[in-house]
Write a protein that binds this ligand. Structure first.
Ligand SMILES: [Cu+2]
Length: 369
């Protein structure tokens, strides 16, 4: 319409203007096509937490399209010796797998909802920009799959979770449908002085609150399906009092033979997510040398924290170089949640003890006077 009116006024100018518009639109379509379509594609093999998929800390080459596959698995999982949950999971683990890309890579997800499931599912990526974090574009009913792509423009650690609408959002999240993605700066992580910092190991700790109903006698109820469990569980959820707060899906998932490991002198990156409640990780006997508060890698990391904070719906990265051997407890420092609800893990660290840093000057004896 604008062109028509303008053309009546001056046909010559119109021709020039429309040529310019065609040229500009041409550039726009070229730059769009050069977005994801022209880039190399790689497939990332996702692994169950606390491990991370194979990745480069400093990106090699330019942006890529990173293809991943998440399959929704509804199944019963044991949370504690006396408690089971009808879990809803991404790829069968609680939390879902950690995804690792670099800033300005594209994440191309195939989300699969097998026909054996009963509910509709989707995914909201906090790392993405756009309506509902992709929630509307990724809704899949049982028997469907969808391919969805977003550009990871912001560096940091971010939660992803199922968000199918209404009460189903918290129900799916507290049934296990959450995980995290780490979007590394292309030139790697930087310390507080802006110097490249590399980690020797990285672990993903996904904290999960469960709301498992009990019988009047105090025994945890066990259900045949998520649909059957839903009514009672939602009544429990409304009280805001979890029955369990655990790391990686179950009490003891990161202790004993499943403990995290490290050596003295190794820098370990702890990635901790909580999709629903606040948390406050603390490494007993250690620290966080660096903490990227709010999970943002755009900001300088804070230094030398004793306990760091995870606002609900966030994933946070903390780095620590172990300086002493031993079995360290990594806990939610609401110690009731750690000890009585289950939010505790172990890091077994090998190496030489440094007496200068800590020693028992004399062993316990009877009080002398
Ligand atoms: Cu879901």
């Amino acid at each position: 319409m604008f062109l028509t009116i303008y053309g009546i006024i001056n046909m010559k100018k119109t021709i020039i203007l429309s040529m310019c518009l065609t040229f500009i639109m041409g550039i726009a379509s070229i730059s769009f096509a050069a977005g994801a379509d022209g880039l190399p594609r790689v497939t990332q093999e996702l692994v169950a937490p606390p491990f991370l998929p194979k990745h480069d800390q400093v990106a090699k080459g330019g942006p890529k399209v990173v293809q991943i596959r998440l399959v929704v698995d509804q199944k019963e999982m044991q949370v504690a010796p006396d408690a089971w949950v009808q879990a809803m999971t991404f790829n069968g683990s609680v939390p879902g797998p950690m995804i690792v890309v670099h800033q300005n890579d594209y994440v191309e997800l195939t989300l699969v909802n097998p026909s054996t499931n009963t509910f509709l599912h989707n995914i909201d990526f906090h790392a993405s920009s756009g309506a509902l974090g992709g929630g509307e574009l990724t809704k899949v009913g049982p028997g469907q799959e969808v391919v969805f792509r977003f550009k990871a423009t912001k560096p940091g650690v971010f939660v992803y979770h199922c968000a199918p609408g209404s009460t189903m959002i918290p129900y799916h999240v507290v049934s296990g449908m959450n995980g995290a993605i780490m979007v590394l700066p292309r030139d790697g992580l930087k310390d507080e002085k802006g110097k490249l910092v590399k980690y020797d190991k990285a672990y993903y700790i996904g904290e999960q609150d469960y709301y498992i109903p009990s019988t009047p006698e105090g025994k945890y109820k066990r259900y045949d399906s998520t649909a059957i469990a839903m009514g009672d569980t939602i009544q429990m959820m409304k009280k805001l009092l979890p029955s369990h707060v655990v790391f990686n899906g179950a009490v003891g998932a990161l202790t004993g033979k499943n403990s995290m490991t490290a050596k003295v002198g190794e820098k370990v990156l702890f990635l901790h997510s909580q999709a629903n409640r606040d948390s406050r990780p603390h490494l007993i006997g250690g620290h966080a040398d660096l903490v990227w508060n709010g999970g943002s890698f755009s900001d300088k990391p804070a230094t030398n924290y004793e306990t760091w904070f995870i606002p609900g719906g966030t994933a946070v990265a903390a780095l620590y170089e172990f300086v002493q051997p031993g079995v360290y407890a990594y806990v939610n420092h609401n110690l009731i949640e750690a000890i009585m609800f289950g939010a505790a893990a172990h890091v077994v660290v090998e190496g030489e003890w440094n007496d200068d840093l800590m020693t028992q000057v004399s062993p316990p004896t009877s009080i002398k006077n």
